[in-house]
Design a protein around this ligand. Structure first.
Ligand code: ACO
Length: 430
C-alpha cells in the first residue's frame, strides 16, 4: 500500500491532508481515521456504501465486472475445479493446500462433526414449530457454553480449534434444527461421508432407512456451500467483525452473524425468492408482479434481484443456474413450474428498462432455492444452509481481524438530529 499521495479536504477555512491508500485491487481508499482528531468532524455514510472498515486479504469483489475472487482465485474456477473443504482451507490459511495439507484438514474437520451429547437436550427446549434459523442462532450462541476450552481468543491454538469446530459442527446443528422441526430423531454424522453428503444424510436419513444421495446432488450441495463461502464485508460479516472487535468469543460472534443473515434483504432472500416464485405460480402472472416491483407506492421488490455490490451480474448466479439445470435434469423435473416462472421472470425483467437501467440482475439466491427445493429441502431450511456455508467466511474474517495489530473496537459515530439540551420536567407538570 503506497501512502505517499494525499487528498485535500477544505472546510471552515481549514485544509486537511488525508493519506490515500492503494489496494492491490479495487479503488483507492482515503484514510479518514485521523479526521476527527485533526478536523473535529465525522463523515456520514449510512449503509457504509463508501466506507472501508478494515484491511483484508481474503475476498475481492469487482461489482462492475461481476468478479468475485477468493485469495485471488475466481469463484467460477473454484466452483468448477475445487470443492468446499478445499475452499475453506484457502479462505482460512491463504493458499491452496497440498495433498497432505488437505487430507489433514479434512480429517480435522471430519473428527469434529459430532456435537456435545448434552446439546441434544438443549434443542429440546425449543418449540417444534420454531424456524430453524431461530434454533440455530440459539444453539450456535450456546456453543460457548459447551466448548469453554476454545473461547480464549488470545490463544492461537484455541482460535484454531474453535474455527474447526464451527466449520465441522454447523452442518450437524443445521440438520438437527431441521430434524427437530419435523419431529424426527437426530441423525449422527458419519466420518466416511464427504462434507456435503454427510449434511444431506443427516437431513434425510432416518434410523429406519439409510439415505445415499446421487453424487450429482452431493456435488450440487457442495457447490451451494462453495458459492456462499465468503463475500467480503457484507452485513453479516461486518456484524461478526463488530461483535468480535469487543473481544467476544467466536461462537457468540458467529451467532451474531447468523442473526444478521436471517433478514430478507440478506440471507433470507433465498426463502423469500422461492416463496415469491411459487406465489406467482404461472408465467402469465409475471407482468403483474413486475408492475408491482416498479410501482414506487408498493413496497414489493423482486426477490433474488439486485445486489448492493454487483451492478452487472452476480458471477455466483451463473454457476447456480447451471447447477439448477443439472439437478432438475437428474431428477427428471426440467418442466418444474417454479423453474419455468424463474426463467420467464428473468427474461422479462432483463428486457425491461426499469431493471436494466438500475442494474438489477438475478443474484445467487434466484436459482439456489430451486435447487434446494428439488433436493427436498423446505424453504425454512434455505437460510440455515446459507448460514452453514458462510460460517467459514465469517471465521476467516474473524481470525484475520483478531490477528490485525491495528484492530480496535468498532464504534461508528452518528449525525445527531434529536432534541438539544433541555431540563427534566416533573410528571405532574407535563
Ligand atoms: N425489485 C425492484 N426494485 C428494486 C429491487 C428489486 N429487487 N432492488 C432494488 N430496486 C430498486 C430500488 O427501489 C431503488 O430504486 P430507486 O432508485 O428508484 O429508489 C434502486 O433499485 C436501488 O435500490 P437500493 O435499495 O438503493 O439498492 P441497494 O444496493 O441498497 O439494495 C438489495 C440491494 C438490498 C439487495 C436490493 O436490491 C433488494 O432488496 N433486493 C431484493 C432482495 C434480495 O434479493 N436480496 C439478496 C441479496 S444477495 C445476498 O444476500 C446473498
Amino acid at each position: 500500500m503506497a501512502e505517499n499521495r494525499t487528498a485535500k479536504l477544505e472546510f471552515d477555512g481549514k485544509t486537511l491532508e488525508l493519506p490515500i491508500l492503494s489496494p492491490s485491487l479495487g479503488p483507492d481508499v482515503i484514510d479518514i481515521s485521523k479526521l476527527y482528531a485533526q478536523g473535529g468532524v465525522f463523515t456520514h455514510d449510512p449503509g457504509f456504501t463508501s466506507t472501508s472498515a478494515c484491511e483484508s486479504t481474503i475476498t475481492f469483489i469487482d461489482g462492475n465486472k461481476g468478479e468475485l475472487l477468493h485469495r485471488g482465485y475466481p469463484i467460477d474456477q473454484l466452483a468448477e475445479k475445487s470443492h468446499f473443504l478445499e475452499v475453506c482451507y484457502l479462505l482460512l490459511y491463504g493458499e491452496l493446500p497440498s495433498v497432505t495439507e488437505l487430507e489433514d484438514f479434512e480429517l480435522r474437520v471430519t473428527r469434529h462433526t459430532m456435537v456435545h451429547e448434552q446439546m441434544h437436550n438443549f434443542f429440546r427446549g425449543f418449540r417444534r414449530d420454531a424456524h430453524p434459523m431461530a434454533t440455530m442462532v440459539g444453539v450456535v450462541g450456546a456453543m460457548s457454553a459447551f466448548y469453554h476450552d476454545s473461547t480464549d481468543i488470545s490463544d492461537p491454538w484455541q482460535r484454531e480449534v474453535a474455527s474447526i469446530r464451527l466449520i465441522a459442527k454447523l452442518p450437524t446443528i443445521a440438520a438437527m434444527a431441521y430434524k427437530y422441526s419435523i419431529g424426527q430423531p437426530f441423525v449422527y454424522p458419519r466420518n466416511d461421508c464427504d462434507y456435503a453428503t454427510n449434511f444431506l444424510r443427516m437431513c434425510f436419513a432416518v434410523p429406519a432407512e439409510e439415505y445415499q444421495p446421487d453424487p450429482i446432488l452431493s456435488r450440487a450441495m457442495d457447490r451451494i456451500f462453495t458459492l456462499h463461502a465468503d463475500h467480503e464485508q457484507n452485513a453479516s460479516t461486518s456484524t461478526v467483525r463488530l461483535a468480535g472487535s469487543s473481544g467476544a468469543n467466536p461462537f457468540a460472534c458467529i451467532a451474531a452473524g447468523i442473526a444478521c443473515l436471517w433478514g430478507p434483504a440478506h440471507g433470507g432472500a433465498n426463502q423469500a425468492c422461492l416463496e415469491m416464485l411459487q406465489e406467482i405460480g404461472t408465467p402469465d402472472r409475471i407482468p403483474e408482479y413486475i408492475a408491482r416491483a416498479k410501482d414506487k407506492d408498493d413496497p414489493f421488490r423482486l426477490m433474488g434481484f439486485g445486489h448492493r455490490v454487483y451492478k452487472n451480474f452476480d458471477p455466483r448466479a451463473t454457476v447456480m443456474k447451471q447447477s439448477a439445470d443439472e439437478v432438475l435434469d437428474l431428477l427428471g423435473i426440467e418442466d418444474n413450474p417454479t423453474l419455468q416462472v424463474a426463467k420467464e421472470l428473468e427474461r422479462q425483467a432483463l428486457d425491461d428498462p426499469y431493471f436494466t437501467e438500475k442494474k438489477l440482475f438475478p443474484n445467487v439466491d434466484f436459482y439456489s432455492g430451486i435447487i434446494l427445493e428439488a433436493i427436498g429441502f423446505p424453504t425454512s431450511m434455505f437460510t440455515p444452509i446459507f448460514a452453514l456455508s458462510r460460517t467459514v467466511g465469517w471465521v476467516a474474517q474473524w481470525k484475520e481481524m483478531i490477528g490485525d495489530p491495528a484492530g480496535k473496537i468498532g464504534r461508528p459515530r452518528q449525525l445527531y438530529t434529536g432534541a438539544t439540551l433541555r431540563d427534566y420536567v416533573d410528571i405532574e407538570n407535563r
